[in-house]
Design a protein around this ligand. Sequence first.
Ligand SMILES: [Zn+2]
Length: 426
Amino acid sequence: MRSRIRALALTAACAALAAPLLTAPAQASPAPPRTGFEESDGARWTSQPEEQRLLKTVDKATDRVSVSRIGTTKQDRPVQLVRVGERRTASTVLLVCSQHGDEPSGREACLSTIRDLAYAKDKKTKRFLSRTTLLFVPTANPDGRAANTRGNSDGVDINRDHIALQTAEGRALAAVIRDREPDAIYDLHEYGATPKYYDKDLFDLWPRNLNTYGAVHKEAKALSLDYVRPAAEADGYTTGTYGIWTDPATGEPVKQVAGDGQERILRNASGLKHAAGLLIESRVDPLTDAEKNDEALNNRRRVHSQVSALGGLFSYADEHRWRLEAASTASRLAGLRDRGPVYLGGADNDPAEPAEVIADPACGYRLTPQQFADVKDELGLHGVTVKRDDGGVLVPLRQPARALVPLLLDERAPYHLVTGQPDIDC
Ligand SMILES: [Zn+2]
C-alpha cells in the first residue's frame, strides 16, 4: 500500500516537472470569477468582500481593467472606479451603479458586466473597448448598500447632492466627471411599481433640465429611444419613460409622478456637464405568480433586465461615438460664447415660468473673500473657474460650465450654494 502511494506521488511529481516542458502554456487560465449573486443563482446580493475579491481578481487578470479608489465614505469604505478599455480613447462613458443603497440590481449588472468585458475575447468587444473607455463606479453608495438604505450613512440622498456636493460620494463622482469628461453618464436605479399604470420592467429618462445643450439632449434621447429600450425589448422586457403613468388600455400618458428638471439629480447634472445622461430604473416588485413564488427568479429578472439595457448602451456608445463627442464638445463651446438665457426651473416637458428664466444673464457673479472660502472646494469640483482681483473673486459666465454658474450662485436658483452679486461690468 505504502509503495503504491509512493509510486503515485512519484508519478505526480514527474508529471508536475514535465508539464511545463511538454505542454507549452501549462497553467490553464483560471475561470473568470463569479459574483455572490451568480453563485447563489439570485438568492442573495453580492457582499462587499465578494465584490472586492472579484475586482481584485479582474484587475490582476488583465491590463484591460484597472481599479482605483476615488473616495472614502464616512464609515471608511472605498468608493471605487473601475476603468475598462484597451487603450486611451477620446470617447468615455461613465456608469454609476446603485447610488441608492437599497436598489442593488444596477450594482449586480455592473459587476458581472465588468467581469464579462474583462475576459471577453471576441473581436466586436475588443474593437469596442479600443475605441471607448468605460468607467464604472460599481458601488456608488457603499455605506448605503451595507445597510440597505437609500441614503448614505448620514441619511443623505446622494442623487440629490450633485449641486451641493456635501457627501463624500457626491464629491468623488463630481471629481471623476470633471477630470475624465465623460461624453455619456448612465445612472442605474430601481423603482417601486404601481401595477397597471406604472409597472414596466425598465423605465429610463434623459436630462430634462432646460440648460442641457440641444445636441446633448438629442443624444441622450437617442440613447434611450433608439438603443436602450429596443435592446431591452428585444430580450422580452417592457420599457417606458420614467415618472410617467400611462393608461393601461391606451398607453397614453395619465400623469407625471417623478422625473423633473432639477439640477441636483445626476441625470440632469450630467446634461449641465456636457454628457448625455440617462437614468435607468428596473422594477423591484414581482408581478407574475412565478416571480411572486420565487424571490431569486424575481431578482434575476431585475438584474438581467439591467444587463440587457447595458447592451443597448454599449451599441449606442460604439455607433454614436462621433456624434456624441461632437455634441459634448459643442456644449462646452456654447458656454464660451456666453449667450442666451439661463433657466432656473422648468423642464423639457414643462416650460419655465417667466420668473425662472434669466433672459439676459450678468457676465459674472462676485463673491466676497469669505463667501469664496466657503464654496471654493465645491466650485473646484464642479470645474468652475474663477478670476481673483482686489475686490474678491469674480466667477465669470464665459466658461464651459456657464449654465452652472447662476445655478450655484444666483439667489433665485433653488439650490444655490451662496448668494453672489451679479456683475454687469466684468
Ligand atoms: Zn434610485
